[in-house]
Design a protein around this ligand. Structure first.
Ligand code: PMP
Length: 405
């Protein structure tokens, strides 16, 4: 662990080296979005400054370069997720759009009246609302597997709720509100045993733990580039090839067609049939650079370093008078939500911001998970591999200096 060169890593992230309110920035809002290494900034600038073109393979040299870069990005995502075939990777705006695509395309074809969609109480609103819309349109029913007082999914309840009526189980890999790691390696076979498909929301797992969709046997897996040190506005859906091939397009437009007449349109095969219009080519280039960067640092090394940082932070926060942690699962990543009864969450976040410490106070788009603890909002520091033990010390000492109530 001492071998993890956090200072070397920090030098790669220009945004970390600024002062905020007269203090060096301590950025602990990584569950909301992450900063970008210079390699990502360079890759996008170079794309726009040199290669910029739309992606139509054979038209001219710049177009060919752009197309190659775009498809190289797809191959990097394939590797990053451990997928078997780059055609199983669809580029979309992010996790939210990817879940909406699956709900609309797969969902409308395979989900009917009385069918069930199984979620967990830990879900982000992005993994709730698209399924509610689908249920309203199809007459399907949403079931929710509850959590215990540590914020862990109660697996027996999940097992009790899943049945032949379940068509889709859609579960987060890591909770953005509580940090809980869901046992997806147990959930997926349970769903397959009743003939359901599983979507794994990887928005909060991809920044912290190695992913292998093939080993997991996930049917769909989604994530956002901006949470893994890449650009905003781009993300990806992994879908098993036979599922994507059988799914109807969701949006229509250019790029996604083989032939169009006013009578009939023939679509290109997946993934193109799901990528209507000019995609975020620079975003894909930046995402590819972020993945290259993560592979260079080493995702297992990142996971190990962050794990010890999280354990250290958990113990250090426990020394703050009155602090109540929200979410104390045995298996957690990155997130350290808490409240301090008697002080508002906003006041805590503002007090920290005055000292250059960025955390989020709010509902974190996961109201059902927080309401289990009787809270609509919490204060949520969240770690990335560029955070240090000294930064955690600063957070804790700032909390010790909270103005007296
Ligand atoms: N799911 C989870 C678990 C998340 O943390 C987030 C982002 N907060 C999302 C989905 C939505 O991601 P995006 O806003 O990038 O589409």
């Amino acid at each position: 662990l001492s071998s993890f060169d956090v200072e070397g890593v920090r030098r790669d992230f220009p945004a970390l080296h600024q002062r905020v309110n007269g203090h060096p920035l301590i950025y602990l809002d990584n569950a909301a979005t992450t900063h970008k290494p210079q390699a990502v900034l360079d890759a996008t600038a170079q794309f726009y400054g040199r290669d910029n073109s739309n992606i139509h393979r054979a038209a001219h040299v710049l177009a060919e370069r752009s197309t190659k870069l775009f498809e190289a990005g797809r191959e990097k995502v394939r590797q990053f997720l451990g997928a078997g075939d780059a055609k199983e990777i669809v580029f979309l705006r992010g996790t939210t759009e990817a879940i909406n695509l699956v709900a609309n395309s797969y969902g409308r074809r395979h989900v009917g009246p009385g069918d069930e969609i199984l979620l967990t109480q830990l879900e982000h609103h992005a993994n709730i609302v698209p399924w509610q819309l689908l249920a309203q349109q199809t007459g399907a029913v949403i079931r929710v597997a509850p959590i215990n007082d540590r914020g862990e999914l109660i697996l027996e309840e999940f097992a009790r709720l899943i049945s032949e009526r379940t068509k889709i189980a859609s579960v987060t890999h890591v909770s953005n509100a509580l940090g809980t790691v869901n046992p997806v390696e147990q959930i997926i076979p349970m769903a397959h045993a009743v003939g359901a498909v599983v979507l794994v929301d990887g928005a909060q797992s991809t920044p912290h733990i190695p992913i292998n969709v093939s080993a997991l046997d996930a049917d769909f897996f989604v994530f956002s580039a901006h949470k893994i040190f890449g650009p905003t506005g781009i993300g990806a859906l992994y879908g098993k090839k036979h599922l994507l091939d059988a799914m109807p397009p969701w949006q229509g437009g250019g790029h996604m067609i083989q032939d169009v007449t006013f009578e009939k349109t023939i679509y290109r095969p997946a993934p193109e049939k799901f990528e209507a219009g000019t995609p975020d080519i620079a975003g894909v280039v930046g995402l590819g650079a972020a993945i290259d960067y993560l592979f260079r640092v080493g995702i297992p090394a990142i996971a190990a370093y962050e794990h010890s940082l999280l354990e250290y932070a958990t113990q250090a926060l426990a020394t703050v008078p009155g602090l109540r942690p929200i979410g104390t699962a045995a298996n957690k990543a990155s997130v350290l939500s808490f409240i301090i009864p008697g002080v508002s969450n906003d006041a805590i976040a503002r007090h920290l911001d005055k000292q250059g410490i960025a955390v989020r106070a709010g509902h974190h788009c996961a109201l059902p998970a927080q309401r289990h603890f009787g809270q609509d909002t919490t204060v949520r520091p969240s770690l990335a591999f560029y955070n240090t033990f000294a930064e955690v010390d600063s957070l804790v000492s700032a909390l010790h200096q909270l103005p007296k109530r």
